[in-house]
Structures are given as C-alpha cells and as structure tokens.
Design a protein around this ligand. Structure first.
Ligand code: SF4
Ligand code: SF4
Length: 472
C-alpha cells in the first residue's frame, strides 16, 4: 500500500504506486488538456507531485516540451538567478565492503589501488583545495567499518574545518557516506556537517538487490530509510540522487519525487538537494553493460522537470558530465556544480601516478577551477562560493521558508558577489579577475534593496583591502 507518510521504504516508495503512475503517464502523455493543466499548476511555483511530473516526462509533444523548458528556465531565474554555487569532492578512502556492480570500489575489485588518507594527507589535500579557491567540499568514503569507521570520518571533518591556510577556509563540509545509524548521524550533525548526501542508486527494489549483491548496502529498506534516520539524528539538510542508467529512468524519476514527498510529509521539509549522476566509465566498469543509459536530451528533460516539480530544492551536476552537457542543463535549473574535481583518493596535492589509479569514475570535465569560473562568467553566470545559510543556521525548514518566500534573493545575490570577490582577490588568473571585477560592478547594480546594496558594496571594498568572510 502506498503511504507517503509511512516510515517503511516499501510503503513510501511503493512499487505498485510507481507502476500505476507510469501507466497513468502513458495513458495521458498525449492528453493535451491535462498536460496544459499540469503546466498551469507548475507555473504557480508550488511544485508538482510524482504523478503530474511523470505525465510531463512521458509527454513527447514538441511544443509542450518547449513549454516545460521555458518554465524550468523561468523558475531557475526567479529562485536562483544567474548564480551557480561551486564545490569539490574529496575522496577520503576507497576501501569498501560492498559489492555494487557499477562502482570500481566494489570489494571484489582486487587490482584497483586502495587508499585511505591520513590526517596529514588530508591537511595537504585541503590546503591544495583552498589554494584553488574552494570553500565547500563534499567528502566521500566507501563503506568499511574497519578502515573507515565513523570515528575516522569525524576526525577527517575536524581536520578539514581546522585548516586555515593563507586566506583559505573550508566553510561547509557536506558528507556522502553509507547509510548508518541515528546515533552516527547525530555525531555527524555535532561535527558540523552541511548536507548529508546519499544516493539511492535505484528505487526499484528488485534491481537494487541485484545491483548490490553483497555487503550491508544490499539491504534496500535500510538504505532507503536512511534519510529518515539522518533527520531523526538532527540533520535537516539531506541530498537525494539516483544513478541514471541503472534502471528505467521514468521509474527512477517517479521514485525520486516520491522520496521528496515522503520527506516533506514526515519531516515537514523536502530534500535540500537532488543530484543527477549518470553511470560513467571507470576502472572495471563499462557503462554499456547497463542497458538503461539515457540520452543527453532525456537527461536535460529530467533536469528541467526536477526544477519544475521541486522548485526549492537545489540541483547538482558533477564533473561526470562534459562541458557541453553542463552548458545545456545549467539554465534548466542546476544550482550547484563541482569544478576542478579529482575523483581519486587524494590527487589534489599531487596528481596520482597512472599506475595507481584509485578513481571512482572518469571525469568528463577536466578543466581547472579557474577555467570553470571563467567559463561560467562568460556564459553570464555568477560563480558563487557562498556557504552563508548553513553558517547562519538557516538550514532545514528555516532555509525552506526563506526560499519559498523568495527572500533568498536578498541573500544569495550579494553573498555570491562577495565570495566571488574573495576568489578573484586570492586565487584567480589575471584574465578571470578582469572579467570578474566587471561582472561584480554590473551585478551590484541589480541588488534591489538600497541598504543591502550599500552594505554589499562596502564589504566588497573591504575585501579588496584584505578583509574576508562577510555574509548576509
Ligand atoms: S558505490 Fe559506494 S558502497 Fe558501492 S562499492 Fe562504490 S564506494 Fe562502495
Ligand atoms: S545565501 Fe544560502 S541559499 Fe543562497 S547561495 Fe548562500 S548558502 Fe546558498
């Protein structure tokens, strides 16, 4: 039985409900009247439920698809403006006891280089990341109670926050580790993490069990109910995601939205972010082995429909995607991207020797952070290194209230400009700096509130004089 408010995975992600949803979407994909009604509802910026959004995903009428894209662009513009927040992943350890068939870190892979960063190595990595200009990290580790116990993760977080190199600082550490207990989530909360990220991989239980044949991750319910335990442990910013390519994308899309509806129904706050990774080539992984791969067009449509369906949820694209795909989906609602990423364990301080490949997947976008910042600005975006909400305690429902009232516009825009200014002063190449300074001047004029504009201008002036870390 389907119940969004249930705490049982098989009830809030009901297979029967997803199948009925897909059948309903198939029946109505050419029903122009219904498609128009759904689009009208979406225009009110209140989001769509999984059934409505699934009808739009199934609809192939070109002129309606155009409307979906136009609306996604408009919503992105209204809530996120032209800002794109930047982050980098930091892989701490690739020891893993699980058997995920799409990931080269699976326990049976005996030839991949296994590594676990020491605290000293983390220090070096973080200094290298700070020297690139990063302020926001997502730490990643395989599941291994012996090599990567929670104490190790907590120690790493403490080390990362403690490093202040020159003007650098990591101001927000998001955490992507295996599903764990309420008690461990509480410890992560106390360690001051930003978002807890856990990808579902696939919502289809049968496929899930086949794709995770061994290890603790095999337990579908334990994995799917992880976000409820995280929230019970006090973490109120959680990040969802599926790995597109493993299962039928329409199934995953419906499941993803049902998961978001479940979090809203039970905890009063939806997911903070949604990530949309696709299966990529890696050490012993060939993406062609998975027959549910999606085209760039479908990928773009999914991004647009996520933006329409959950307008207040950030959307993340990683360097798994190429520059051209990123360019295509940025205007459709993406709010965060990674830049200058390494997907090996370490690799920021010193590039990994080729014979020691420890990467989780091949990076498609290999550009440096400076190149990414430069590229974003040339496309008309403001690269932002903002971490203000989390540091001001605007998390969970407090963040959502702000966002839903569109108050976020009074914070995000000046914060983006101030953090960009820090980046330009401390890390940018001459060319990037020149483009950025002009952009800041132009964008300052767009701040509607004269008081905020005045304060932001003063802070930007002070940043040039050496001061750091202003925020609204
Ligand atoms: S996806 Fe995660 S849990 Fe699975 S093998 Fe890779 S690192 Fe381990
Ligand atoms: S002000 Fe908050 S929502 Fe806006 S960019 Fe900064 S952290 Fe994100």
């Amino acid at each position: 039985m389907y119940r969004a408010e249930s705490l049982k995975a098989e009830e809030f992600i009901s297979d029967e409900e997803i199948r009925q949803t897909l059948a309903y979407a198939d029946e109505n994909k050419d029903n122009e009247k219904l498609v128009d009604e759904i689009l009208k509802k979406a225009e009110k910026r209140k989001g769509l439920d999984h059934r409505e959004a699934s009808v739009l995903l199934a609809c192939e009428i070109p002129e309606k698809i155009e409307k979906m894209y136009a609306l996604a662009k408009q919503i992105k513009q209204d809530y996120y403006g032209n800002r794109i927040v930047l982050f980098a992943p930091l892989y701490l350890s690739n020891y893993c006891v699980n058997g995920c068939v799409y990931c080269p870190y699976h326990a049976k892979n005996k030839h991949i280089a296994r590594k676990k960063l020491t605290q000293e190595e983390i220090r070096k990595e973080v200094i290298a990341l700070q020297d690139m200009g990063h302020k926001r990290l997502a730490i990643e580790a395989g599941e291994d109670p012996v090599n990567n116990p929670i104490e190790y993760i907590l120690e790493c977080i403490q080390t990362i926050y403690s490093i202040k190199h020159k003007n650098g600082a990591i101001r927000r550490v998001n955490v992507n580790i295996a599903a764990t207990t309420v008690e461990n989530y509480r410890k992560l909360k106390e360690a001051g993490i930003g978002t807890y990220i856990l990808f579902q991989e696939t919502y289809n239980k049968e496929s899930y069990e086949k794709l995770h044949p061994t290890g603790p991750k095999h337990d579908y319910a334990y994995h799917t109910e992880a976000m409820d335990r995280a929230m019970e442990g006090g973490i109120d910013d959680v990040g969802l995601g599926v790995l597109f390519g493993l299962e039928m994308y329409r199934y995953e899309f419906a499941g993803l939205l049902m998961h978001a509806e479940h979090l809203e129904a039970v905890h009063g706050v939806g997911p903070h972010t949604i990530s949309v990774p696709r299966v990529k080539r890696a050490d012993d992984i060939n993406p062609d082995d998975f027959d549910n791969g999606i085209s760039d067009d479908i990928f773009a449509k999914i991004c647009a429909l996520i933006r329409i369906s959950v307008p207040y949820t950030g959307m993340i694209i990683s360097t798994r995607e190429s520059q051209s795909v990123r360019e295509k989906v940025l205007p459709l609602g993406v709010s965060q991207i990674s830049g200058g990423s390494r997907t090996s364990v370490g690799g920021y301080a010193e590039p990994e020797p080729e014979e020691e490949n420890s990467a989780q997947f091949d990076v498609s976008d290999q550009r440096s952070l400076d190149e990414v910042v430069n590229w974003l600005m040339k496309l008309g975006y403001i690269p932002s290194f903002c971490t203000a909400c989390y540091r001001e305690g605007r998390t969970g429902d407090r963040f959502m209230t702000l966002c839903k009232n569109m108050q976020i516009l009074n914070c995000c825009h000046p914060n983006a400009l101030m953090t960009l200014k820090e980046y330009l002063e401390d890390y940018a190449s001459e060319e990037t700096k020149e483009i950025g300074m002009k952009l800041i001047e132009r964008e300052l004029e767009k701040i509607p509130n004269p008081k905020v504009k005045q304060t932001a201008s003063e802070h930007i002036h002070d940043i040039a004089g050496g001061k750091r870390d202003f925020r609204f």
